[in-house]
Design a binder for this molecule. Structure first.
Ligand SMILES: C[S@@+](CC[C@H](N)C(=O)[O-])C[C@H]1O[C@@H](n2cnc3c(N)ncnc32)[C@H](O)[C@@H]1O
Length: 210
């Protein structure tokens, strides 16, 4: 369990339930760039939201498990998987990252825009890394610069870590792993309300040894 309201099913079910669609439905740019050279296998999408990433992966042949705390979001993932003809390659599962064990043994574990509170981040990231199979990849992308001012009250500064800080926090949980990418990458983006914004993604890509 978490004491942070914004990581609960109630919070996210209400947010998703308030509108037909919260996110663009497009995959994250970091995912598209970093997965291009990987052969499809099994993937775990942590905090999948409405499935922009999970569906993109499934269309490309990955067998994806989408996990999220919000049942409303997961219903959207399943509905979209069906409408895109990839239902047999997409599994949804309600998981509270703070409280539940994660499924494991994935060739790719991908987690985007899942900013986590600093005090619990090392423990949670280690659990996420533990879901990667030997030889597999952990890919993380988020905006380490913080939120636009109007959203800042939901997002205290300690929720924003650079890729290098994440490597430090993972510590011995990734001993022997290869750090393939740990960088800050700029791009043009569009906010959910349609306004343009230039942002920086923290990009972390790690490979677990066989
Ligand atoms: C900012 S959204 C990102 C969604 C998607 N990854 C993307 O990049 O569009 C964060 C997601 O994390 C999920 N989430 C929040 N708290 C969670 C928790 N405790 N366990 C699992 N998922 C959680 C939310 O329901 C939401 O879908």
């Amino acid at each position: 369990m978490t004491t942070h309201e914004q990581y609960t099913a109630a919070f996210w079910d209400e947010r998703y339930g308030a509108t037909e669609r919260v996110w663009s439905g497009e995959p994250n740019a970091v995912l598209v760039a970093e997965v291009a050279d990987l052969a499809p296998g099994t993937a775990l999408d942590v905090g999948s939201g409405e499935g922009g990433d999970a569906i993109w992966l499934a269309v490309r042949g990955w067998r994806v498990t989408a996990i999220d705390v919000s049942g409303v979001a997961l219903e959207r993932v399943a509905a979209r998987a069906a409408s895109e003809g990839v239902a047999e390659r997409v599994t949804t599962r309600a998981v509270d990252l703070f409280a539940d064990d994660l499924p494991g043994g994935f060739d790719l574990v991908t987690m985007h825009f899942m900013q986590l509170p600093g005090a619990e981040r090392p423990r949670l990231y280690r659990a996420v890394a533990g879901a990667v199979a030997p030889g597999g990849t952990l890919l993380v992308g988020h905006d380490p610069e913080g939120m636009p001012p109007e959203a800042a009250h939901h997002h205290p500064p300690d929720m924003f870590a650079t890729a290098e800080e994440l490597v430090d926090e993972l510590g011995d949980a990734i001993a022997g792993w290869t750090v393939e990418v740990a960088e800050r990458r700029g791009r043009d983006a569009v906010q959910p309300d349609g306004r343009p914004r230039f942002l920086y993604d923290a990009v972390l890509r790690l490979r677990r040894p066989m």
